[in-house]
Design a protein. Structure first.
Length: 368
């Protein structure tokens, strides 16, 4: 029995595990910056065959096809044609954010295992639709919330959740850059259009907000904030995505979270970059640096993890492991839905200049 026949006879995710030894036929939709990087990373994995790539930009498609010449993949301009391939079992989606839901639903309905880039979606309504389709499907669905795969973050967050800093009271996080993304680069045709990207909070900060939810172990109940285009006004022309905002969230257990993102933090000024501080009744944890700082005077800081931080793409091997073993991925559809909805909640609070509640999103989904 080959792996396809094996899969065809399967009724559950556990049974849908790939037959050992068979390479897993893989395709990709969107071979731009992120997709090109993922595609090249896949070449380093054992047991993966790169059979098909799709992009509407011929130059980017050609680059992907040449990079994977080892496996002689076919190129497509229409992603539906790629999904018709019976020998393609796993599909990566790395298209602009507004296309994720439509492509992910089509891939799941074609019976594929799916690795969809973050954000899961850019509207609450479309995320609700995708959640329903994913719940009915038997294949693996993993999302590119790869911070969940950092061993250092895993160990540190586990210790915060175990109470190393006492009872968690507040989380403070930021993502500050010294410059804007390229105004003339190949992704500028969608990135600065909030209707396509979901705005920068959904497109980028979905990673940071996911880690905040992970630390708290829940999704927020409400959000309020302010932001807009402050410095890079009409650059590039027609820009609708923000370049700076500040947000506050509150969780059902009373934990407060504060988050800012700017694209004008001078490189020479301290305090830039990204961090997550978790404040508890006994002290605070610098989560990115895996350090606990006790409130008690004279007590030394404690190292919470010596595991490696970010590096490589461990989530890719993990995706194929899930396919082979029929197990659920760490960054599953629920985690990704909650992360994207948290960002959408913040975005809508900023746009509408009022406190927005989770209930108003109209999608019932919880972590865990
Ligand atoms: N997980 C991460 O850390 C991470 C990092 C960067 C980007 N991303 C995500 O990856 C996605 C792509 O971002 P990017 O920076 O690579 O953008 P990009 O513009 O470089 O690449 C997107 C590609 O999709 C192609 N495309 C557009 N419409 C298509 C269609 N209908 N069919 C097939 N291909 C189509 C474009 O031609 C382009 O080549 C975004 O959702 C982004 O948020 C994730």
């Amino acid at each position: 029995m080959n792996r396809r026949e094996f899969l065809a006879g399967s009724m559950s995710l556990a049974a849908a595990a790939a037959a050992p030894g068979d390479p897993i036929g893989t395709g990709i939709i969107g071979t731009g910056n992120r997709g090109g990087h993922l595609w090249r990373s896949l070449l380093k994995l054992d047991g993966v065959k790169l059979l098909a790539a799709c992009d509407i930009k011929p130059d980017r498609l050609d680059q992907a096809l040449s990079a994977a010449s080892r496996d002689n993949p076919m190129g497509y301009a229409d992603y539906r044609k790629l999904l018709e391939r019976n020998d393609v079992d796993a599909v990566f989606i790395a298209s602009p954010c507004d296309l994720h839901v439509e492509m992910a639903i089509a891939a799941l309905q074609a019976g594929k295992h799916v690795y969809c880039e973050k954000p899961l979606g850019i509207t609450a309504e479309s995320i609700g639709r995708l959640l329903k389709v994913a719940a009915d499907s038997k294949t693996v669905f993993q999302v590119g919330q790869q911070m969940r795969y950092s061993p250092q973050l895993q160990e540190t967050v586990a210790k915060v959740r175990d109470g190393v800093a006492g009872k968690l009271m507040m989380v403070k996080a930021q993502r500050h850059a010294g410059n804007d993304l390229s105004h003339s680069g190949p992704s500028a045709d969608w990135f600065f259009d909030a209707r396509r990207s979901g705005d920068v909070i959904v497109e980028m900060a979905v990673h940071n907000l996911d880690v905040c939810n992970w630390i708290v172990g829940a999704r927020p109940d409400q959000a309020a904030g302010f932001g807009g285009v402050n410095l890079w006004v009409n650059q590039p022309p027609g820009r609708t995505s923000m370049d700076g905002y500040t947000l506050s969230y509150e969780y059902a257990n009373g934990v407060k979270m504060s988050f800012t993102q700017v694209f004008f933090h001078p490189g020479g000024m301290p305090g830039g970059g990204q961090y997550f501080y978790a404040y508890g009744t006994k002290g605070a944890v610098d989560v990115s640096n895996a350090r606990f700082y006790p409130l008690e005077r004279g007590k030394e800081a404690q190292v919470l993890s010596t595991a490696s931080g970010r590096g490589g793409e461990p989530q890719l091997a993990a995706f194929y492991e899930c396919i082979r073993t029929g197990t659920k991925p760490l960054a599953d559809v629920k985690i990704a839905a909650v992360a994207a909805l948290t960002a959408i909640l913040g975005r809508e609070a900023i746009y509408q200049k009022r406190v927005m509640t989770w209930r108003e999103l109209g999608v019932e989904v919880e972590l865990g």
